[in-house]
Design a protein around this ligand. Sequence first.
Ligand code: PLP
Length: 387
Amino acid sequence: MKYDFDEIIVRKGTDCVKYDDLQGVFGRTDLLPMWVADMDFRTPKFVVDAIRQRLDHEVLGYTLPCESWYENIIQWVGRRHNMQVKKEEIGFVPGIVRGIAFAVNCFTQPSDKVMVQTPVYHPFFLVTEHNHREVVYNSLEVHDGQVHINFDSFEQKIQGCKLFILCNPHNPGGRVWTLEELQRIAEICERNGTKVISDEIHADLTLPGYEHHSYSTVSEAAREHSITFMAPSKAFNMPGLSSSYSLIFNRDMREKFYAYMEASELSMGNMFAYLSCAAAYEHGEDWLKQMLAYVQGNIDYTEQYLQANIPSISMLKPQASYLVFLDCRKLNLTQEKLVDLFVEKAHLALNDGTMFGHEGKGFMRLNVGCPRSILHRALTLLAQAVG
Ligand SMILES: Cc1ncc(COP(=O)(O)O)c(C=O)c1O
C-alpha cells in the first residue's frame, strides 16, 4: 500500500498548538507554521481505527494496560532497537517531558546538579530548573555541519552531577550518536556515579543509513545506571495521546521510580494511550518506512533549495527526525533581527534557535514534517525575505 504524504489537511481550528497558538506565541496569525514538533501528515489509519473500534463499545471505564501494549512494545524495541525487555521493565508515563520531571524528582534532591548538553530540547533544562535543581550546561560544538560532544568539557562538567539527561537522537541537532560516543558517555557517567535519563522519543525517526543505539544497550554499566523513555508519539504523529513509557533494567532504580509514580498515581494511563501504542507498533512498519523516505526527500529538497537559492543559510543535516537546524550565522544578524526576518518579513513561524540554549544563536529550527508543497512555500517565502 502506498500512503499519501502530499495530502493537505486543514489543521487550523482544531486547537492544535502549531496552527492555533500563532497569535499567542508570535503575535500574529498570518504565518506559515513550521515550528511545533508534530507533523502535518494524517495519523495512520491503523491507529485511528483502533481508537474508533474501542469507542464503539461506548463504555469508557477505568482501564488496565492491555496485554498487547506490553507485547507490542517488547516486539518493537526488540526488532528495531535490539533490546531484550521484560514486561516488568516497562512502565507507563503520561508524556516524556513529564517522565523526565518525575525522574529528576525521584533520583535527585533540590539543589542537586543535573547536566544537559545545549543546544537541546528546552524542557530538559526548564523542567530541571523549575524543580529547583542546579542545571549544568555542557555546550555541544558545531563543526562539519553537525553537533559534536566535547568530551574534555563533558568529563569536567559531569563531576558532582547526580543525573545527565541525554537526547538520543539529538533535538535540535538531528544527530544519531554513534556507539563509540554513547559508550564513552556511559564510561564517564559510571566512573562519576551519575545516572542517565535517555530520551529516545526520536529513535524511530532514525533516517535511512543511520542506526539508533538505545543507550541501555551500549554497555552493562549503561543498562544499570539509566532510565530510557520512548514513545510512538513522534514517529506515528500521535503526541496528543500521551502514550509514552519508561524502560528500567536496574531493579533498585525501577522499584524507586515505580514507587515514586504510584505514590501519586502518575503511572495510570488512559485506554487510548495503551491501545494506540499497541496498534502503531503492531501495524506500523510499512507506514513508518514510507513516511521516513518522504521526510528524507523533504530534507534533501531543503538542502538543495538552500544551496541553489539561499546560500547564506545552510543546515545541520538531520540523521534522525524531521527537525532541521538552519545555520543562519552568515547573515550576520542579531538574534532579534534574525527572528524579525523570519516572522515579520518571511511570515514564517519557526523556533528561535536560542530557545534551546545560547549556543543556538544564529540558528532557527525548521520542521519539515509536512507535505512538500508546504515546505516549498516556506522556502520560497524565506528566499524572498532574504533577497
Ligand atoms: C527530545 C524530545 N523529548 C520530548 C518531547 C516531548 O515529548 P512529550 O510530548 O511526550 O512530553 C519532544 C518534543 O518535541 C522532544 O523533541
